[in-house]
Design a protein around this ligand. Structure first.
Ligand code: UFG
Length: 322
C-alpha cells in the first residue's frame, strides 16, 4: 500500500516512515520543515514541502499519487508554548486537520491514523491510565488534539473513513541503526536535555520540582521508544485495512520512571556525572503519567522491543553523537 505521512521529516514521523518501508509499504511525505529536517527524508521518497492546511497542495498530492491512507503527525506539540499561544495550536493542529480530513473525504481515502497524546487526559485519576479515563486536558495542546479525535467519528459516519487515534506517552530514544533521532530547537524534552549535559553543551540539567508526591519527589513518566511507537502505527493502519474497528489506543510502556532515575540511567550510559539543579515545578506538569497499554498489546498485537530505560537512553545517546 502507499501512505501519505504528514510530518514525515519530523522526529516521530521519520521513524514511522522507516517502519512503513520495512513493512513493504510505499510512502509519500508532506512536511513544512518548521520542526522537521530535509535530511530525515529517505532517498527516493516523494517529498512535498508545505502545510497540511494547504488544500491545493493536498489536491496535487492526491492527484499525483494513489494514496491508501494517511498517517498524520504534522503538528505543534509543546505544552508550554500552547499555554502562551492557544490560537496557534487550535489553528495548526485542529483547523489544519479539518482541511486534511476534508481533502481525504473528497478523494475517498479510507484510512487515517492520528498522532494524539496522553495530554488529552489531564491530571490522572487512575494510574495506569486506561483509554476509558475521563478526558480533561489541562492545556490547549491536549485539547487541540482531542478536538481532532472528536471529528473522526463524523468522518466515519458520513464518509466511511476508518481511523485510529494513538495517544502517546513520553516518546524517546532514536533509531537503533542511527538513521533518525530527535533534534528540536528549542529542546524541552528531558532525555535530550540530559544528554546535552553529558556532551558538554550545558553545565547542568534542570529538575523541575522535587516535591511531588512520588518516591523521590520528581515526576514519573512512561518512556516509550520511538521505534516501538513507529511499529505500532504500522500495525494500526494495517489493522484498519484488515477490518478492525476504529478507535483510540494508548501507546506507552506501562512502566513509570522518575526524572531522577532517568538522569541516573543517563549517568550509567554516558559515564558523565551529569550535575542537576533543582528548580521550581513547571506549570501544568502532572506528578505521574503512566499508560495502560493493554489495548495496544491485545488489539494491535503490539510487542514493544525496547522497554528497558537504559536501551532507550543508549539509542538517544548514539544519535546525539551523530
Ligand atoms: N523535565 C525536567 N527537566 C527538563 C525537562 C523536563 O525536569 O529539562 C521534567 C518535566 O518537568 C517532566 C518530565 O521531565 O516531569 C518529562 O518532561 P518532558 O518535557 O520530556 O515531557 P512531558 O511529560 O512534559 O510531555 C511529553 C510530550 C507531550 C505529551 C506527554 C505525555 O512532550 O506532548 O509527554 O506524557 F503529552
Amino acid at each position: 500500500m502507499r501512505f501519505l505521512v504528514t510530518g514525515g521529516a519530523g522526529y516521530i514521523g521519520s521513524h514511522t516512515v522507516l517502519a512503513l518501508q520495512a513493512a513493504g509499504h510505499d510512502v509519500v511525505i508532506l512536511d513544512n520543515l518548521t520542526t522537521g529536517h530535509a535530511y530525515l527524508v529517505p532517498d527516493g521518497v516523494p517529498f512535498y514541502q508545505g502545510d497540511v492546511g494547504d488544500s491545493s497542495l493536498l489536491e496535487k498530492i492526491f492527484h499525483d499519487y494513489p494514496i491508501d491512507g494517511v498517517l498524520h503527525f504534522a503538528a505543534k506539540s509543546l505544552v508550554g508554548e500552547s499555554m502562551q499561544d492557544p490560537g496557534k495550536y487550535f489553528l495548526a493542529n485542529t483547523s489544519q486537520s479539518a482541511v486534511l480530513l476534508s481533502a481525504m473525504a473528497k478523494h475517498k481515502i479510507p484510512y487515517f491514523v492520528l498522532s494524539s497524546t496522553a495530554a488529552v487526559y489531564g491530571e490522572p485519576q487512575d494510574v495506569p491510565i486506561p483509554e476509558s479515563h475521563p478526558i480533561r486536558p489541562t492545556n490547549p495542546y491536549g485539547l487541540s488534539k482531542h478536538l481532532i479525535e472528536q471529528m473522526l467519528p463524523w468522518f466515519e459516519k458520513v464518509h466511511r473513513m476508518k481511523w485510529m487515534a494513538l495517544r502517546y506517552f513520553n516518546v524517546a530514544g532514536a533509531d537503533p541503526q542511527g538513521r533518525s533521532g530527535e533534534s528540536h530547537d528549542p529542546e524541552t524534552h528531558l532525555i535530550p536535555n540530559i544528554l546535552k549535559v553529558a556532551q558538554g553543551h550545558r553545565d547542568f540539567v534542570s529538575v523541575f520540582g522535587n516535591d511531588y508526591p512520588t518516591e523521590d519527589g520528581t515526576c514519573i513518566r512512561d518512556y516509550i521508544h520511538v521505534s516501538d511507537l513507529a511499529d505500532a502505527h504500522v500495525l494500526a493502519i494495517e489493522a484498519l485495512f484488515s477490518g478492525k474497528p476504529s478507535g483510540v489506543c494508548n501507546l506507552g510502556n506501562g512502566q513509570g520512571f522518575s526524572v531522577l532515575s532517568v538522569i541516573e540511567s543517563a549517568r550509567r550510559v554516558t559515564g558523565h556525572p551529569i550535575p542537576v539543579r533543582i528548580e521550581p515545578r513547571r506549570p501544568g506538569d502532572p506528578a505521574v503519567l503512566v499508560a495502560s497499554n493493554a489495548k495496544a498489546v491485545a488489539e494491535l498485537g503490539w510487542k514493544p522491543k525496547f522497554t528497558d530505560l537504559s536501551t532507550i537512553v543508549e539509542t538517544a545517546w548514539l544519535w546525539q553523537h551523530r
